[in-house]
Design a protein around this ligand. Sequence first.
Ligand SMILES: [Zn+2]
Length: 493
Amino acid sequence: MKPIRIACLQFSHETVTFLPNDTTIADFTYPGSPARGEALLGSDPAGYMGGFVKVAREHAGVELTGITSPLWPVTGSGSGWVTNEAYEHFTGIMMAELAAQGPFDGVYLCVHGAMAARGIAHPEAELARRVRSVVGPVARIAGTFDPHGNEDAQFLEYADFAFCVKYFPHYDTRLQGERAARMMIRAIKGDYAPTTRTLKVPIITPTVQQWTGASPWMDLVQRALVWEARAPDLYVNVFFGFPWSDVADAGMTIQATANGDQSLADRAAQDMADFAWRKRAELVKAATIHPIHDGVAQAATALAAGATPVVIADPSDRSGAATWILQEIVAQGLTDTAIATIADPALLARLRGARPGDAFDEVVGGRLDPSAGEPVRITGRILAADLSANDPSRHWITVGFGQNCAVVLTPYLTQIMYPEALARFAIATADYKVFAIKSRVHFRRGFDDSGFAPTIILAEPEQPFLGTVQLEALPYVHLDLKAFYPYRDGDPA
Ligand SMILES: [Zn+2]
């Protein structure tokens, strides 16, 4: 029997186009990245790639080839436009390897959907187009996506399948990878003939609104799950969209894929789009976000009342350097608080010889742009540090100050999703009662869904900075905000 040959590649980024630092070849290049062969296939066992590889290898006669691929850049999602040079560099390597190592029966594209690349209007669709041009019309192409993807129908003009994660936090990444493998192999064997419908829904939301652990976002997920449960071989995607990317295809997108049944795909997509539109007023106002001063005052009240642990999250910080919560914690004299993290690569570089126990008197964070705020002077003692790694992106310092407070300094935006993640910075969760973090929704994995924190407060600056819920203040060029609810003329304020 002839083997089924499948190539796997990854090119993922969630691009905040309003940040000043472009995402470069150097950002994608570090020990372990780019990855190829088994290193790529084994790079994310619990995620998209791991799910794809696991299910593909459950099928007899399937051969996987790991194409040289950059993993996520060191900047995480804290960087701007992917340079044209980086896009062409990595896709060029991929296409050359696909051509040299083919022919392939299928190609798996592990993408995000919110990459924005200079000079490339639809980076994921363009990747699919280039792959199609190399592997020919018969090969099956499947992509997996983050629900923050900014997508329209273009990707599926070149690819056969798109599977988008349903939950935020993104619990089902591995499941979507598994589906991509199973459905690609069924299609290769002639057991599935994908037919799709894509509908844009003109609703745009800041990501902090999109928590799927509560209505109405939960209801949107539930409706997609019901469609998939009751109609065999139907798959429904709900892209919530990513508004910090100034791209033409931002906003919400619904996709349905059926096995040869166009009418079923049409009906499911239309029903989902109609449902989202009916719920639009609730979708854009799902979360309550407090001004920073009030949020920190509420944390102090909860601390005094014993409603701890308290989480106070600033969803607005896109650079990692924002000091707004730190400023207020210092000003209001909040006690027993761990702040993780403040990005300050220059300070970490300057403190290269620092050791635990050293006195600390420095101004930290801020400065990067107006949204980062003013640097804050912290006087205290270094509790722990790791400045030894060859890779400066792994460096950090934890500084103790005030009345049992600690602040963690890192080189980049660091999103703390689980209390246990603080152990890396020598923060024992039992030692603190308030946790001030930079996250929109992902932190709910470990701090909310787990039952860890009885008090959860979202707070952001009142200024309409990049990252706040005030999208109308962003200097969009490619995206027409006025075409989207709730920013159209006549929409409720
Ligand atoms: Zn996401």
